[in-house]
Design a binder for this molecule. Structure first.
Ligand SMILES: [Mg+2]
Length: 238
């Protein structure tokens, strides 16, 4: 029996980011998306291409989401943006089921840990990606950025992590595991008290200061850093 928790011990929650996390960066979804976003900026704000690219980058850095800046400063309809960017991505051609991902998720002990998706994308995109990866069955729910509710709540705002915890039905920060490829998202999660692995894929330069205690190169390394979440592990907390 585990002895790390006292009294009733509900399942912990393992939050998974989706994009560039459940599938590798090499699928280049990020590039496809960046291109559609640049086009959206150029078209809808009537900007020359270089200005569109620059502003996109600026909003992404300031707000974590390009669309946040568009809505704040340009009265863009976020659902129109979603339709022309996220939903317009030709994902069927690039995101394929990955046996190693299914194996990894299947090896997590769901009697101890609830799997939950946690994304800054809108729900359509989240559902589409996990469907293409054929991993929907492993996740009990998803916390997404609701583009229909302005101003947005998204990672790394503390309110977004609290929303995720509420939706996943977990009360204590120390009962939350998390993996994300975003430095800022990982840093904030750890500050709040989550146990966090920052995914820095091979070929991506590791940050000078790590975002959090655990930094991994492959999603499979979760087995090593969070063994207590996997089947066949000894009692947790040791
Ligand atoms: Mg990501």
């Amino acid at each position: 029996m585990g002895c790390a928790t006292n009294g009733v011990s509900p399942r912990k929650v393992f939050f998974f980011d989706i994009d560039n996390c459940l599938y590798p960066r090499s699928t280049k979804v990020h590039d496809l998306m960046a291109d559609l976003i640049d086009k959206y900026f150029a078209t809808h704000l009537s900007l020359p291409w270089e200005d569109a690219v620059r502003l996109h980058k600026e909003y992404y850095q300031n707000y974590g989401l390009a669309i946040e800046g568009l809505v704040r400063h340009h009265q863009i309809d976020p659902l129109d943006y979603n339709a022309k960017v996220d939903d317009a991505l030709p994902l069927d051609d690039v995101i394929k089921p990955r046996p190693e991902l299914k194996k990894l998720l299947g090896d997590i002990d769901q009697s101890k840990v609830k799997l939950w998706l946690f994304t800054n994308a809108y729900i359509n995109h989240a559902k589409r990606v996990v469907r293409l990866l054929e991993v929907e069955e492993f996740f009990e729910g998803v916390t997404y950025c609701d583009y229909s509710s302005v101003p947005f709540t998204c990672k790394p705002q503390p309110a977004m992590y609290q929303k995720a915890m509420r939706e996943a039905g977990v009360e204590r920060y120390e009962d939350c595991f998390f993996v994300d490829d975003s430095y800022q998202n990982c840093k904030k999660a750890q500050e709040l008290g989550w146990t966090v692995a920052h995914l820095v894929e091979d070929g991506v330069k590791p940050p000078k200061t790590p975002a959090c205690k655990f930094q991994i190169r492959h999603l499979d390394d979760l087995r090593t850093v969070f063994p207590q979440c996997f089947k066949g592990s000894a009692s947790e907390g040791s």
